[in-house]
Design a protein around this ligand. Sequence first.
Ligand code: SF4
Length: 271
Amino acid sequence: MKIYEQDLSAATAVTDKAPIGYVHSIETFGSVDGPGIRYVAFLQGCRMRCQFCHNPDTWNIGTGDEVTADEMLADAKRYRAFWGTQGGITTSGGEALLQIDFILDLFKKAKADGITTCLDTCGQPFTRKQPWFGKFEELMKYTDISMVDIKQINPREHKRLTGWSNENIFDMLDYMLEHDKHVWIRHVLVPQRTDYDYELIQIGNYIKTIAPIVDKVEILPYHTMGVPKYEELGIKYPLDGIEPPTTLRVKNAERLLHTSDYTNYKNFPNY
Ligand code: SF4
């Protein structure tokens, strides 16, 4: 099956025993995907098609290594000695929320074991429709921190950049604000796509409206390390000829998003 012909149905297989997770890869000493040192599970499957995506090999839904929450937890706990007070488990992707049954099982069990949980998501699967929304509400009870990308502020531009609108992503952030669920906000800075002052100012203003739950804001400079993967998969690279942003533009974006105002991440998990 080619990536662009994939089945877009829910990606987690639920058996009568335990939800099965589909895993792309594991990073055992992750230091950028949430607080402290973390065991990061990159789950397989994503519906978005961000032009700057450097992991197109995570797009395919329903493939990858199959694992139960108990198996992943046992594997993760081998690294527990390195976690300290802040570290723990992160689920990333691909898009982790496509496998909500699996994550819910994993986070419930992790929290019961005193392990901190971090959800790295782009929010694309978010909906208030049932039964999905009920699962999300349950998941939030067991999630200590979420990392959410704001890729574009304008829904039309967001669709051009990723293939999907962002209205439900902002709805998810509304939910998180209403329920005091803390987040790290990230913005990937791509010249000619997401690096325009007027949009960065709008993103900065938007973040202020949800400031009570924002512990950290990060600018992620676009890079071209994913290019060989596109070649390998035979997919045309969408940002051909676009170079990473200059240090000056990164600093400009940090200023417009007021990144230095958001420092509550230092207090995690003891707010
Ligand atoms: S949401 Fe993440 S994994 Fe999916 S296409 Fe965008 S960057 Fe790639």
